[in-house]
Each structure stands twice: as C-alpha cells, then as structure tokens.
Write a protein that binds this ligand. Sequence first.
Ligand SMILES: [Zn+2]
Length: 268
Amino acid sequence: MFIDSHCHLDAPEFDTDRDDVVARARSAGITQMVVPAITVATFEKTRAMRERYGTALAFGLHPIYIAEHRDEHIGVLSDWLAREQPVAVGEIGLDFFVPELDADRQITLFEAQLKLARDFDLPVIVHIRRSQDQVLKYLRKWQVKGGIAHAFNGSRQQADEFIKLGFKLGFGGAMTYSGSQRIRKLATELPLEAIVLETDAPDIAPSWLDQPGQPRGRNEPFELARIAQVLAELRGCDLPTIATQTTANALSVLPGLPSTAQANTPRS
Ligand SMILES: [Zn+2]
C-alpha cells in the first residue's frame, strides 16, 4: 500500500475522467492521497475530493498564484482550517524561480499562513523552489510542528535542516530521470525514514511519460507505484520495504491522516 502525499486531484486536467483516475490508483495499491488546495477559489472543489473519494485535504495559498491572493483570503483560510479538519496547511511556501512573483508579498503571505499552522497546531506542506534556505528561516521563526518539503531538490545539508525541524522530504517523478543526479543521490542516501512519496499529479510526469517530441504526459496517482519501484532500485531494497516505510513516514508527519481513503457513505 502506498500514500500519494501530494496530488492535485481537483485539477481541471482530471475533470473528464477523475473516477477512472482514482480507480486506477486504487488498483495500483495507492490507498490514500493528500490533495492540497492552491487558492481560495479551489477550496470547495478540493473538499469535494474528500466527499467523493475519501482523500485527505490541505488548504493553503500557493506562492505561484500570488496575483490571485488577497489579504482577506487569510481569514477565509482560517475559517476553512477551523471547519474542515485538514491534515495540513498547504500548499504554501516561496517560489524564487519565477522572477515575476513578488518576493516580499510571498513572504508576507507565507508568514501569515505559518502563524495559522501554529495556531491550529497543524503541519505544513511547503513549496520550496529556489527558496530552501528562506523557507527554513521562516519555519524556524514560527516553530511549526513539521510537515513535508514538497518536491525536495536541495542539498544534503538543507535536507538535514528540514529533517531536524520535523520534516519529511517529498520525492516523485523528478527522481525517475537518469539526468537528475543530485535528486537521485539524495533519494539513495537519505535515511528512508525521512522520505515520503508524491506524484504532484498532474505535474512532474515521470520519465516514462516524457517521450521525445511529444508534449509531456499528464501525471496521475497511479504512477506512484512505479515511482516507488525506482526508489527501491536506487536504494537496492525491495518494494514492500519502500511501501511500508514511506507509508509510515506520511502517517507520522501528518497525524490527522487516515491510512486509507474513506468516502462518505451516500445518504439514503
Ligand atoms: Zn503541488
């Protein structure tokens, strides 16, 4: 059994065949998924994923969508955190890869959300593209209770700093490319207790969906089992070991996470 600790099942890319996507994931042993929201406009649809499929939820204001976030959305987020029992605050963080994203505004919103995470005693799911050290700085300042460093792509030293703060590191499709040497080395050498698996579906397609001359394929939670197989090969261990340990890691870092998806039974 596997947990996809980060997938955007609510994304429009899945609107035409979402039931099939979830059925394929279950057939591959993905027993649970965490669906992090990205803007207040997506909160309701994210919640609907739990209603229909029993997925776990996180709510947050994603740094890439900074132009859509308003100051009052922090209050809206607070209401949703209070009412909906998410497993984390996320997806939040800092993105210093895209130069158009106002850095000061990102930091303001990130700090406001770290404060909420502390107030609600929730872990966080953080986006850390080109921003590992700055994210670490604010995590230390607000002393949140840990969480997941999503799509980890930093140095070993930065990995160790996250681990010290009670974080697990998310690994997914990027690890399947033979050219991603730094990520593959980290996935091989970090303690297995520090790793959670994630697809970030529909993004970060694994290498086998990325054919030369073709647009990059849509990633989906089903691929997590094969991504886990890559991790097993890199580490020279068997797949059940990867499944058992990464599942235990996700459950320990997200204490509110039910180990299997349980959709609400339809009212009769
Ligand atoms: Zn994401």
